[in-house]
Design a protein around this ligand. Sequence first.
Ligand SMILES: NC(=O)c1ccc[n+]([C@@H]2O[C@H](COP(=O)([O-])OP(=O)(O)OC[C@H]3O[C@@H](n4cnc5c(N)ncnc54)[C@H](OP(=O)(O)O)[C@@H]3O)[C@@H](O)[C@H]2O)c1
Length: 172
Amino acid sequence: MSAPTVALVVAMAKNRAIGRGGNLPWHLGSDMRYFRQITMGKPIVMGRLTFLSLGRALPGRTNIVLTRNAAFEAQGAIMAYNLEEALDVARKTAGKDGVDEIMVIGGEDVFRAVLPQASRIYLTEVHATPEADTWFPELDRREWREVSREDHEPGPKDDYAFSFVVLERVQS
Ligand SMILES: NC(=O)c1ccc[n+]([C@@H]2O[C@H](COP(=O)([O-])OP(=O)(O)OC[C@H]3O[C@@H](n4cnc5c(N)ncnc54)[C@H](OP(=O)(O)O)[C@@H]3O)[C@@H](O)[C@H]2O)c1
């Protein structure tokens, strides 16, 4: 099988906000369901703070947690001490499990570091402008092509309207 695609999975507001106080700046039940559906069975790569915000390893997925602290242990997850190590473990896991994507799920530090190697972004656009302390990096829109978009009004468990968008890197 060819090398798995490195994909970012992010929910971002109009002002590029992705986090506040160690959590999400919104509650969007529909996006949580979508996240589960697109990541299930695939290796997920995240920073230590995102792992802490989830509160546990996510079931049905190999959880790979980045930290520079050799003493930190995330129960139920594989620790990685630099990006290449994390992606290497993720590639091997994807190969073993027969899946074609590595899902990088944040936060800001990890998105910034992985962006040059990513070729797909599952972007949930959150139709809001919340206060935040964590942001998604600016994308050069010439490098990315929108391949799908679904617009949704808020459901009963959603704070805001949102759109599920998929971006793919333009091949040069
Ligand atoms: N909206 C979304 O889609 C979304 C997704 C994910 C997270 N979030 C939000 O984002 C916030 C967390 O993001 P964050 O940027 O503050 O933290 P983060 O990226 O989750 O974690 C940062 C930590 O990860 C480790 N790390 C990062 N890059 C590394 C590298 N290259 N090598 C080794 N270790 C590395 C370091 O851990 P050590 O300090 O242990 O060395 C660093 O302090 C929360 O508010 C969360 O809710 C939002």
